[in-house]
Design a protein around this ligand. Structure first.
Ligand code: HEM
Length: 498
């Protein structure tokens, strides 16, 4: 193998599973140990969620090769190597892995997350402006309205004597509703909207809850039924979204929305698309459908998980809960609508959110695939080391490992210490600027990160104004990976109305 010739080491693969057998048995052992020990997780969650990587890292270091089926992956948990391999012009040599593109086709289609090369540039050029600060400010109202419903339900549950609430469930549902409204203006209240919404949720449940054998030839044959169901649901969702887009186009042609401003992402994309030069640059209707799905699937679980972990951390660290609540009351009062200027002044909340994204990054890895051969040069002029990464090599960047690496963050790497971001706002004092990458990096950095930042602030401010949070004795700390980094058994908290 050319990767071995280039000097990379790693566990020995077998055909056709590569290292999947070892991955599966390592996970099974860990789950058994966690069950016996009452949940697992502990402080060093990296060893709990990626036991195989933790073991291979000890044997082979922070950069090594492993195999998913017949696909080689370059594992990277060394920010200096990452920088050397992707900095400057080298960044253009990396796209998204074909194996994941195929596996996640029902969710993302050919949307921005999976697009490559010139196609990606064309999509990003039209999509990025829709996420501008002015456009996002118009979405605060949607976020407040939807979140009020969730808080109302929680209040009713508390009033009816329910002492322990699984907040993750409500938060995921709330984020799904927000993203559906913010993306394509559909609401759960209108009949057409409810159908799309429920089908999107069904697809989400099907794809996110199953572990698939990525990289193994013909593995989809093992899951014929769920593969067929996902494909069928995908077709139905596509045709419903097509109808929504066509209706929007007709309405735009007939003179718009009767003076009302329509500010969802789809409306912004349609406007941006019309303004973009040349028919060949415009997004086709089919591509617009894929982007709508991409926003839904890429945008709500991640945001909901960040929020769920934040509620847990604030419940477990009452001093921070009080500090953030006081800040909210100081900048935005005890009630009343929130605005962008007030949200921007929530600095302590910003530090807490960054610390949660460090300890529990909802996207636990970032992936790339070399579009051409990449020559990596490390070290200074005194002693440069050159490594060649062959074309087609997949790169798996272990975000959880980097975010909890003691060499980058110091002795308290596994502790919840938001003050590190008070001292140094952007990188939290990480010793390498590529060591904190919850939203990825380079030109492909998450396009929705400002939308998320706004949503997290709105929802958190509203929750903290209304409830005091405590961890319930029923909660078992057992983070695990199912595409995202999620709690295995929900997040049970005790809510006390304020
Ligand atoms: C806490 C919330 C979120 C997290 C942790 C997150 C994380 C990420 C990560 C790690 C990437 C890959 C970046 C890379 O490859 O370098 C990404 C890309 C992306 N995200 Fe997010 N994301 C979040 C919220 C959102 C939201 C709300 C949306 C949209 C509504 C969104 C849409 C996208 C899209 C379209 C891409 C692909 C960008 C491209 O390849 O050009 N994300 N996100």
């Amino acid at each position: 193998c050319r990767l071995r010739d280039a000097g990379f080491r790693g566990p020995t693969p077998s055909f056709p599973l590569g290292n999947l057998r070892e991955i599966a048995s390592s996970l099974a052992n860990n789950n058994a140990a966690a069950a016996a020990g009452g949940g697992g997780g502990g402080k060093d969650i990296h060893a709990a969620v990626f036991p195989y990587f933790a073991r291979w890292r000890q044997a082979f270091g922070k950069v090594f090769v492993y195999w998913l089926g017949t696909e080689p992956f370059l594992y990277v948990a060394d920010p200096e190597f990452l920088k050397a391999a992707t900095a400057g012009a080298l960044g253009k040599l990396w796209g998204k892995p074909d194996v994941f593109r195929r596996d996640r086709m029902p969710m993302f289609g050919r949307g921005l997350v999976m697009a490559g090369g010139d196609e990606w540039a064309r999509h990003r050029h039209i999509i990025a402006p829709a996420f501008s600060a002015t456009n996002l400010n118009d979405m605060i109202g949607v976020m407040e309205e939807t979140t009020s419903k969730m808080l109302g339900k929680w209040s009713d549950m508390v009033a009816s004597g329910k002492s322990c609430i699984d907040v993750e469930k409500g938060v995921v549902r709330n984020a799904a509703e927000i993203i559906a409204k913010a993306s394509f203006g559909i609401t759960d209240d209108d009949a057409g909207g409810a159908t799309v919404f429920h089908k999107l949720q069904a697809m989400q449940a099907m794809l996110f809850r199953s572990t698939r054998l990525v990289g193994v030839p013909l593995a989809s044959l093992l899951h014929i039924r769920s593969t067929y169901e996902a494909w069928k649901l995908g077709r139905e969702i596509d045709s419903l979204l097509l109808d929504i887009i066509e209706a929007r186009r007709r309405r735009r042609r007939q003179g718009g929305y009767g003076g009302r401003k329509n500010t969802d992402l789809l409306a912004l994309l349609l406007a941006g698309n019309e303004a973009s030069a040349g028919a060949e640059r415009k997004l086709t209707t089919r591509e617009l459908v894929d982007e709508c799905k991409t926003f839904f699937f890429g945008g709500h679980e991640t945001t909901a998980l960040a929020l769920s972990w934040t509620l847990l951390m604030l419940a477990a660290h009452p001093e921070w809960q009080t500090a953030v609540r006081e800040e909210v009351v100081e900048v935005a009062g005890r009630s009343g609508p929130l605005d962008a200027a007030a949200l921007a002044r929530l600095t302590k909340m910003g530090c807490v959110l960054n610390e949660v994204l460090r300890l529990y990054p909802p996207s636990p890895n970032v992936q790339r695939q070399a579009l051409q051969e990449v020559v990596v040069e490390e070290g200074d002029d005194g002693g440069k080391k050159k490594t060649v990464i062959p074309r087609g090599t997949n790169m798996w960047i272990d975000v959880v490992a980097m975010h909890r690496d003691g060499e980058l963050w110091g002795e308290e790497a596994n502790e919840f210490r938001p003050e590190r971001f008070m001292r140094e706002a952007v990188q939290g004092g990480c010793r390498h600027r590529m060591g904190f990458v919850p939203f990825g990096f380079g030109g492909r950095i998450c396009v929705g990160r400002n939308l998320t930042a706004m949503e997290l602030r709105v929802v958190l401010a509203m929750v903290l104004r209304r409830f005091h949070l405590e961890v319930s004795p029923e909660y078992r700390h057992a983070p695990r990976i199912m595409l995202s980094l999620r709690p295995s058994h929900g997040i049970q908290l005790r809510l006390k109305p304020l």
